[in-house]
Design a protein around this ligand. Sequence first.
Ligand SMILES: [Zn+2]
Length: 548
Amino acid sequence: MEPTLYRNARIFTAEPGADRPTADAMLVQDGRIVAVGAEAAIAGRAGTGAPTRTIDLGGRVVVPGFVDAHTHLMMMGEALGKVELTSARTVEEIQRRLAAARGEHPSAERLLGRGWLFDSIPGGAPTAAMLDAAVPDVPVYLDANDLHSCWVNSAALAELGITDETPDPLGGRIVRDADGHATGLLLETAATQTVWPLLESRTTDEDRDAALERAFEAYLAAGVTGAVDMAFGEADLAAVERAIDRHGGRLPIRLAAHWLIDNHGDAEQNSTQLRRAAELAGRDFGGSFRVVGVKFISDGVIDACTAALGAPYTDGSNADPIWPADDLRPAVLEADRLRLQIAIHAIGDAASSNALDALEAAAAGNPSWDRRHRIEHLEYAAEGTAERLAALGLTASMQPVHTDPAVRANWDAMLGADRAARGFAWPEYEAAGALLAFSTDAPTAPHEALANMYVATTRRSALDRSLAAVEPQFALSLGSAIGHATRDAAASVGDGATRGRLAPGYAADFAVLADDPFADGPEALLDTGVAATFVDGREVHTAERAGV
Ligand SMILES: [Zn+2]
C-alpha cells in the first residue's frame, strides 16, 4: 500500500513524560507508523518507492487512539439502545422522553431507559405512578445511573410478579410506601436478580449483535480504538465470535477480555472456571481479539455500602468481601499458575489490601513469568497501596468518570470527609511509579474518552458544569491523563510495544480532534468532538461536522 503522510498536524505522541504535541507530521504505511516528527525531517523518508499520499490535517491535534482499559462492551451497547435519562433533570423531562420513545416504537413489548439520577427526582423517591402517567400500557424498566437500582412502572411490577406480599430478596429491597405497597423502586438484588434475568431471557442473538455494533460505532466516534472487557462470559464470547465473522475476520476495535470468575465458595467449581479461561486464553481468535485473563469481583461499591472497608461506613455498617481472603488466595494462586492475567475488583481499602496479599502470595508461590496483574477501581485504598502495587509490578486500573462531582455526594457521605479526601488519588500512583491505566467502566459511566479526560484534568463534572471540583489537588495535566488512557491502557494488556503511542513501529491507531484542548484549555474537551478516527491506518470514523 502506498505510504500516507499526515502533515500540518499537532501530534501528541504519548511518549512517557510528553505533555504537549511535539510533532507536525506522521508517515504511515501498511497500518504502521514509519516516522513521526517535523515534516521537513520525515518527508524525505517517503518518496523512495510508491508515490506518497498526503493528507493535510489543517493544524488539528492528533492523539493515539484511546484504549478503554475497563469496560463492559455488551452492556454498553445494550445501554446505548435505551432511552438516555442522565441529562433529564426533572420528572417531567423523564416522562416526556419516555412518552416520545413509546410513540416512536409503538409495537415494542417493553420500554427501557438508562442512567437516571436520584438527584433529578423530588426527595430521591421515584414511583411507578410517575411512569404510569407517561407509559401505562407496556412494562417500563429504567436503570439508575449506578446500575444498582431499577425504577419500574406498574406494568413492569406485574410482569415481574412483584406484589405487596413479595418478600425482599437477600441483599436487596423492594421499596414500599407507608401502606406497604411496592413503590416501583427496586434496590440491589431486587433489581439484579429479578429485572436483569427477565430482560436477559427476552434478549435474542440479534439483540446482542445489534448491541455490539452500537458499542463499536460509539467507541470509534469517541476516538476509542481499543478496549478491555472486564466481565466476559459465554454469551459475550459467542457474540464476539459472530462479530469477527461479520467483519471479515477482525473486530472494528482491538478487544482484550478478562473472563469473569464467580465465587461459588467451592474450590472445585472455582477451578473449573479458571481452566475454561485458560483454554480460551490459549485460543487464537485472529489478531483483533484475545482472552487475556480473569476477573474477580472481590467487593461491591461505596454508594451502596457494599465495598469492604477497614473501618465501618458513617452509618456504622460494613460489608463482607464477595471473595473472602480464604477463597481469593487459592484462586489467585491457581490463575497465576495458569499464566492468566488477573484483575481484581477492589473498591474499599480492606478489599484492596486482600487483593494485594493474594497477588503477593501468588508471586512468591509460583515461578516467575511476565505477569501483568491489576487491581480495578481502587477508589478508596489504604495508605501505602500505591507503593505496594509498584513493588509488585501491578497495574492500578482507575476510572476518572467515577469521581465526577455529580456522583460524589453520596459517596462522600458514606465514607466521611477524612476518607473521602483521599478518594481517587491518582498522583499517589504516579509518584510510586505504578502503571496507571485509565478507563470509563462503561456503561456505569459515559464511555466518551474526552469527557473522561475532562474529569481527570479538572476534577470537575462532565455531567453538570455548575458543580465545584472535588479534591482538585489530584487533577492531572492533560498530557499525563491522555498518556494513562492510551499508552498505559495499552500496556495494561501487553500492547505497550505496539499500540497506545504514536511512534515508529506502532500501529497507526489515532484520533484527530476537532478542537485543541492543549491550547484552549479543558473546556474544549467537552465542547470538542473527534473529527476522525483511524485504526491500523484506515479511517473508520469521520464526524459529519468536521471531516478530515
Ligand atoms: Zn466494571
